[in-house]
Design a protein around this ligand. Structure first.
Ligand code: PMP
Length: 453
C-alpha cells in the first residue's frame, strides 16, 4: 500500500475516526493537524511544519521525541520479543523494571502490579484496597473518599472516585458513591480566604469526614501536590501530610495517584517525596515510558500484598489482569527512561526550568488583565483566564476562550491544550531554557491577542 497523501489523511480521519474528549461535529468542520514525526520537544506535521510540544503529548513525554537511547532500547527489545503474557509466565524487562521502581519508592511500597493506562492503575488500586479489607475481615469498609474535583481517569471506578459534571453526568447511575472532601483551593478560590485559613478549613473538613465515616471507608485517593485535570490546583505539602496522618489514625488506606505528577514532573521523581509520606498504594502511568508506550503500574505495600497470600483453595488471589500487562517493549523503554533520568540529570533541569517558568509566569502572565490566577508545581502550570479579574467572573464556556488561545499559539508554532478556561503549560522535562522562553513568549502573546489585552 502506498502512503496516503495529506489530503487523503484528512478525509480518512474525518470519515473513520472518533477522537477522545472531542465534539466531533466541531472537529469535522476543520482539517485536523496531523503529526507525522517528532524531534526532541518538537512535533512535525505532514507538511513539515514544526511545533513545540507545550503539553508533552498530554503530559507524558519526558526526554523528548525520538530520544536515541529510548529508540535503541525499543529496537533492542524488538529483536527479542514484543510481548508475552504475565499470566502464568514472567518476562525479563518487567522483572528488571519492577526491581528498579521499588528501589525508587518509599520502603513500605514493595510490589508492582502492571497495567496499561492511568485509569487502569487506579481501578487496580481501588480493587486492591477493597479486597484487602474484605480479606482482613473488616467487611464494613466498603466506601471510598476523594477530593472535590478529583480526576483519576475515565473507566467507571476511576470516574466514581473522580467525577466532573461536564464529563461524566450521563453515567451517574452507574457510579458508586464516594465521600468528597474539599482541598484547600476550594476555600481559597471560591471563598477568597487566605492560604493558611484555607489549609485549616480543608484539614478540618477531612477530620470531620473521617470522624463520622472513617470506620466504613476503605481508602482515600488523592493526586498529591497538584490536582491536574481539575485545572491545576495546588495543595501545600502540609495538606498531603495531614491527610496521611488522619487516614492512618482512622485505619484508612491512602492511595496516591501520581499518574500526572510522577516521573519528575514536580521536580522530584515522585510528588510524595516532597511531602515525605508513605502511601499504602500508588498509581503511575504517563511518564513511566518517557511518553513512548502505554504502560502503568500500581505499587502496593507489603502489608496489602501479604493479605492476599494463602492456599489456592481460599481464593484470596487478586483476580485481575489485562492482556498486555507488563508488555515487554513498554517495560524495556521504561528501563531506558530511568537510565536517561540519571545520565542526563533530568531532575536538575526540571528544578532550573521550573524556576525560570515561575519567573516568566510572574513577569509576563500575572500582569495581564484577563489572567485571574496562576498555579504551578515544577513543570506543571495552569493559567486561569477570567472575564473580570476583580470579581473572578469566568468566561462562559461557550466562548471557548482556552481553545481560541491555543489555536492562536498554534499559528506561532506551539502546541497547547487547555482545560476549559485554564491554559496549561507542561513541556517535556528535557526542555532547554531558550525553548521554554519561546513557549512562554508565544503563550503570553496568544493570551493578549485573544483576550484583547
Ligand atoms: N490520574 C491522573 C491524575 C491523571 O491526570 C490521568 C490522566 N490525565 C489519569 C489518572 C488517567 O490516565 P489515562 O489517561 O492514562 O487513563
Amino acid at each position: 500500500m502506498s502512503l496516503p497523501n495529506p489530503e487523503e489523511l484528512v478525509a480518512w480521519d474525518h470519515a473513520y475516526l472518533w477522537h477522545p474528549f472531542t465534539q466531533m461535529q466541531e472537529w469535522l468542520e476543520q482539517p485536523p493537524l496531523i503529526i507525522e514525526r517528532g524531534d526532541g520537544p518538537y512535533l512535525i506535521d505532514v507538511h513539515g511544519r514544526r511545533y513545540l510540544d507545550g503539553v508533552s503529548s498530554l503530559w507524558c513525554n519526558v526526554h523528548g521525541h525520538r530520544h536515541p537511547k529510548l529508540d535503541a532500547a525499543l529496537r533492542d527489545q524488538l529483536d527479542r520479543i514484543a510481548h508475552t503474557t504475565l499470566l502464568g509466565l514472567a518476562g525479563s524487562p518487567s522483572i528488571v523494571l519492577a526491581k528498579r521502581l521499588v528501589e525508587l519508592l518509599p520502603p513500605n511500597l514493595t510490589r508492582v502490579f502492571y497495567s496499561d493506562a492511568g485509569a487502569t492503575a487506579v481501578e487496580i488500586a481501588l480493587k486492591l484496597a477493597f479486597q484487602y479489607w474484605q480479606l482482613r475481615g473488616e467487611t464494613r469498609r466498603t466506601h471510598f473518599a476523594s477530593l472535590t474535583e478529583a480526576y483519576h481517569g475515565d473507566t467507571l471506578g476511576a470516574v466514581s472516585v473522580g467525577y466532573s459534571e461536564a464529563f461524566h453526568r450521563h453515567y451517574k447511575p452507574l457510579l458508586f458513591d464516594c465521600h468528597k472532601i474539599n482541598p484547600p483551593h476550594v476555600y481559597r478560590w471560591e471563598r477568597q480566604v487566605d492560604p493558611e485559613a484555607a489549609l485549616g478549613a480543608a484539614i478540618g473538613d477531612a477530620e470531620e469526614l473521617f470522624e463520622l465515616h472513617g470506620h466504613e471507608i476503605a481508602a482515600l485517593i488523592i493526586e498529591p501536590l497538584m490536582q491536574g485535570a481539575a485545572g491545576m490546583w495546588v495543595q501545600p505539602v502540609e495538606y498531603v501530610r495531614a491527610l496521611r496522618e488522619i487516614t492512618r489514625r482512622h485505619g484508612v488506606l491512602l492511595i496516591c495517584d501520581e499518574v500526572a505528577t510522577g516521573f519528575g514532573r514536580t521536580g522530584t521523581m515522585f510528588a510524595i517525596e516532597q511531602a515525605k509520606i508513605e502511601p499504602d498504594l500508588m498509581c503511575v502511568g504517563k511518564g513511566i515510558t518517557g511518553g513512548y508506550l502505554p504502560l502503568a503500574a500500581t505499587f502496593a505495600s507489603n502489608e496489602i500484598f501479604e493479605a492476599f497470600l494463602g492456599p489456592y483453595a481460599e481464593l484470596k488471589a487478586f483476580f485481575h489482569g489485562h492482556t498486555y500487562t507488563g508488555n515487554a517493549l513498554a517495560c524495556a523503554v521504561a528501563n531506558s527512561n530511568l537510565d536517561v533520568f540519571v545520565e542526563e540529570r533530568v531532575l536538575a533541569n526540571v528544578v532550573q526550568r521550573s524556576r525560570q517558568l515561575t519567573e516568566r509566569l510572574a513577569r509576563d502572565f500575572a500582569p495581564l488583565p484577563h489572567v485571574g490566577d496562576i498555579r504551578q508545581v515544577g513543570l506543571m502550570a495552569g493559567i486561569e483566564l477570567v472575564a473580570d479579574r476583580r470579581s473572578r467572573r469566568t468566561y462562559p464556556s461557550a466562548e471557548r476562550i482556552g481553545m481560541k488561545v491555543i489555536l492562536e499559539a498554534r499559528q506561532h508554532g506551539v502546541i497547547l491544550r487547555p482545560l476549559g478556561n485554564v491554559l496549561i503549560l507542561m513541556p517535556p522535562l528535557c526542555i532547554r531554557a531558550d525553548e521554554l522562553d519561546r513557549l512562554c513568549n508565544v503563550a503570553a502573546a496568544a493570551i493578549k491577542t485573544v483576550t484583547g489585552a
